[in-house]
Design a protein around this ligand. Structure first.
Ligand code: UDP
Length: 317
């Protein structure tokens, strides 16, 4: 197959590129490198079935030749990034999804939208099944991300219903692993970097919020299975083991052998406004439709991720 991955130089996009290449397919990674980096795909340079195109998907996409699949991963999923770049976040979710759907329609390619657990907002139903409509504040600081993805889901279903595009929607819950940006501001890179440097771990809001963390290899396996399955309904992919952020901080200290302290902070920026207090996927649909569930424990995933951050710090020193 010939596969286009937008956001292909990003964290998850580059892992998907690796996977589809190792399965024998041809991969085109498209990225405007705003948060993605060529370092994530440097090992693919010169690969006969790999091509990189620097392009912003909010602009019209012209691509010669046929395509079998379009996977739309381009996005600014870190709260720190989308607070800094609110308009770009809205545009990539809205215009970028429109352009990539138009391309999929023109090429008669199967389409995947990378959606998010943020469509559930600060959820009133817990854990979150796909049938839950969510609790999103459209005008809050997180609204730029949440609403762009909700629009993206709506336009994806419209292209499916009215144009017959063969669409898939994955709602990705917190995912971590090598190639996350050191400075993306999310809890996994923040805590691991702080632990490795012996700095205090910055725990917001008393550390009582919960998240569940999925290792990137598990997510990629789920996406590959979803692309091969026959469903147009959204499917949650994430790890159902739920931790408070304080428990997670302790897991990071164990995995890194760090003696960093824990520092409780009340952030002064808008980062934690509307911050979901709980989040955990109900993965019944993925289990049933895809026979999928995460295989990598948090302990094992944190060890691999910490090794990546350590090596990255050495190579950038
Ligand atoms: N968080 C924290 N310290 C940090 C970064 C994040 O306590 O240095 C908390 C944040 O308030 C949230 C959770 O960790 O409750 C997950 O935040 P993240 O930025 O990773 O992404 P989110 O899951 O909110 O999209």
């Amino acid at each position: 197959m010939r596969i286009l991955i937008t956001g292909g130089a990003g964290f998850i996009g580059s892992h998907l590129a690796d996977r589809y290449l190792s399965d024998g397919h041809e991969v085109i990674a498209m990225d405007n490198l705003s948060t993605g980096t060529t370092a994530n795909i440097a090992h693919l340079a010169g690969h006969p079935r790999f091509q990189f195109i620097k392009h912003d998907v909010t602009q019209y996409i012209y691509l010669a030749g046929h395509l079998d699949m379009v996977l739309h991963l381009a996005s600014l999923p870190s709260p720190v990034d989308y607070l800094h770049y609110p308009i770009q976040t809205l545009k990539v979710g809205a215009l970028g999804t429109h352009n990539t759907l138009g391309l999929a329609l023109a090429k008669q390619a199967r389409f995947l939208l990378a959606s998010t657990s943020e469509v559930y907002g600060d959820p009133l139903v817990h854990p979150q099944p796909e049938s839950y409509w969510g609790n999103v504040n459209p005008i809050g600081p997180r609204g730029v991300y949440d609403e762009s993805k909700r629009f993206a889901e709506a336009i994806t279903m419209a292209y499916h219903r009215y144009h017959g595009v063969d669409t898939r929607i994955v709602r990705i819950f917190n995912t971590y692993g090598p190639r996350m940006r050191l400075d993306d501001g999310r809890v996994v890179p923040n805590f691991i970097n702080q632990a490795l440097r012996g700095e205090p771990l910055t725990v917001y809001d008393g550390g009582t919020h919960t998240r569940s963390f999925c290792y990137v290899d598990d997510l990629v396996e789920g996406i590959v299975r979803l692309m091969a399955a026959d469903t147009h309904e959204p499917v949650n992919l994430g790890n159902p083991s739920e931790f408070t952020i304080l428990e997670f901080a302790q897991k990071v200290l164990e995995a890194t052998g760090s003696s960093s302290e824990i520092m409780f902070l009340e952030p002064t920026d808008e980062r934690t406004k509307d911050d979901p207090k709980v989040r955990c996927p109900d993965i019944t649909r993925a289990r049933t439709l895809l026979s999928w569930e995460p295989a990598v424990s948090l302990e094992a995933g944190l060890l691999r991720t910490a090794a990546y951050f350590k090596q990255k710090a050495v190579s950038e020193a």
